[in-house]
Design a protein around this ligand. Structure first.
Ligand code: XIL
Length: 438
């Protein structure tokens, strides 16, 4: 009990006093109208509604969740024709109750298949257990059943995962490709669209984030072909499992060319891993470098109108797939192994908060509500309503002036200001908050 109280106190003090910002990630993400999410696995289900640190972090920071494993083929259809929805339903219901939504991951993949599907391969080669027709029926039933079950509840789906091979960007030699043929790709999108016409449908892969990379170009060209063939696809999922440094320039170019053909890009599985030997040598420097790479990623998403979803593959280094799958690497996520927020967390929070202010600033159109008179010596803020609090922030989010006098007119001395852009935040006596750039 004592431990719980301590944990809660920690969570509240850390979640609600992050530097200058008073809220956590999803508060600002909602204002920016972007989805900020995390994959969740077993620990989510054991911690849900226990008011532990883990539970509070999820509920306070994300507006979208993804099942790390529980919506994959082997989890959902472990036996042919018999579907297991219990765990995924729990996720979708909890998320809904918490004001979040779920991204579906994933309907068609070569990995994490149940043994009854894998029985169609011997040493990786199709063995005749399935024909083109029987395997098409199997896959169509899988997709249709799941998407019908979640119709209207799961707004985004990774319909297809990792269809490209690593070596040359050709289509991967999966059971689907071998037995059905290359057109399985068009079919899975058509089936998904028929089952839930309102759902957004994505093709998701790794090492496809950069324009000019073999796989990145192969995926773009393939998707462009799908668009030309009128296949219902919403966009590309960039998994974003990154080492450092992240090449944001080549990513930006890639995101832009998807925009040019009318498609979205979603960052679906972000983690930025650190070499354990580097981390052990200089932890602070590595965490700062990592934070800067995360900053580049959130920037890319905020600056490109066709990128509105930013998902990390887990949120704490305590539970991350990295150490067990990428030897020598660790510490890839936003919270450390003690569930404390890392510099990368604060960087993302800062970027989201600043962006949300920009949006809010544009909201104040009527100069009569809030007037700013500037001279070299002083700034005077005038409002038709009584102001109960008046603050000035710089563009790094640092508060450099606060006045709590209830008045219509507040004078701000200029001696602390350098030339540049500042944000005025005023709370009116009636509770309304107004912001204005000056
Ligand atoms: C990983 C999970 O994180 C692990 O728990 C599991 O053992 C293997 O799969 N690309 C994907 C994800 O699309 O589904 C993978 O998730 C990571 C790589």
């Amino acid at each position: 009990m004592k431990k719980n109280i301590f944990l809660l106190a920690f969570v509240f003090s850390s979640l609600f006093s992050f530097g200058q910002w008073t809220q956590s990630l999803s508060y600002y993400a909602n204002k920016c109208k972007i989805k900020i999410g995390s994959a969740v696995g077993g620990p989510y289900f054991t911690n849900y509604d226990t008011r532990t640190t883990f539970d509070m972090i999820v509920k306070n920071n994300f507006n979208m969740l993804v099942a790390e494993n529980d919506m994959k083929y082997n989890a959902m259809e472990p036996t042919k024709g018999s579907f297991f929805f219990t765990t995924a339903d729990k996720l979708v219901t909890n998320a809904y109750n918490d004001g979040m939504t779920v991204r579906g991951h994933t309907l068609c993949w070569h990995s994490q298949l149940p043994s009854w599907v894998n029985a169609g391969l011997t040493n990786g080669i199709a063995n005749g257990v399935f024909t083109r027709a029987t395997l098409m029926a199997v896959l169509k039933n899988h997709i249709t059943t799941i998407m019908t079950h979640y119709k209207g509840l799961v707004p985004q789906w990774d319909v297809l995962n990792e269809p490209f091979s690593d070596s040359n960007g050709a289509l991967r030699n999966s059971i689907w490709q071998q037995v059905i043929g290359n057109d399985y790709i068009d079919s899975v999108f058509v089936w998904a669209h028929r089952a839930d016409p309102a759902a957004k449908l994505y093709l998701n892969d790794y090492s496809v984030e950069r324009m000019g990379s073999t796989k990145g170009d192969a995926m773009f060209n393939y998707i462009k072909g799908m668009v030309d063939r009128n296949i219902p696809i919403t966009g590309a999922g960039f998994q974003c499992h990154f080492g450092m440094p992240v090449d944001s320039t080549a990513m930006d170019k890639n995101i832009n060319r998807y925009a040019a053909i009318g498609l979205e890009v979603v960052f679906t599985e972000i983690d930025v891993r650190i070499l354990i030997t580097d981390y052990d040598k200089n932890k602070a420097a590595q965490l700062a470098l990592q934070a800067d790479n995360y900053r580049k990623l959130i920037h890319l998403c905020l600056e490109n109108p066709n990128c509105k979803t930013f998902i990390t593959w887990g949120f704490t280094d305590l539970y991350s797939w990295i150490p067990s799958s990428m030897a020598g690497y660790d510490h890839a996520l936003l919270f450390d192994k003690n569930l404390a927020p890392k510099p990368a967390y604060f960087t993302i929070l800062n970027e989201l908060a600043l962006e949300s202010q920009k949006t809010a600033v544009e909201d104040v159109k009527d100069d009569d509500i809030l007037k700013i008179q500037k001279s070299d010596e002083r700034i005077v803020v005038l409002s038709a309503n009584i102001m109960s609090r008046c603050q000035v922030y710089d563009l790094q989010g640092k508060c450099i002036f606060t006045s709590d006098i209830n008045r219509n007119e507040i004078e701000i001395p200029t001696n602390n200001f350098r030339k540049g852009i500042y944000i005025l935040k005023v709370q009116l006596e009636n509770g309304k908050v107004l912001m204005k750039k000056f």
